[in-house]
Write a protein of this length. Structure first.
Length: 54
């Protein structure tokens, strides 16, 4: 079980290390993710409204 967890967590740890070394702030990452999520939500809601003809 420990080996399986290590297999799953290894890429996550590597990505975290890359982020820390790059100097990007957590706030910047959150803002970027929020903007991407907002854009995706607007697009999806446009599709939904078109589908139900609102």
């Amino acid at each position: 079980m420990t080996e399986q967890m290590e297999t799953v967590l290894a890429p996550i740890r590597e990505r975290r290390k890359e982020i820390v070394e790059s100097g990007v702030s957590v706030q910047d990452l959150l803002e970027e993710g929020t903007e991407r999520a907002r854009e995706a939500a607007v697009k999806k809601m446009r599709e939904v409204r078109d589908a139900v003809r609102i």
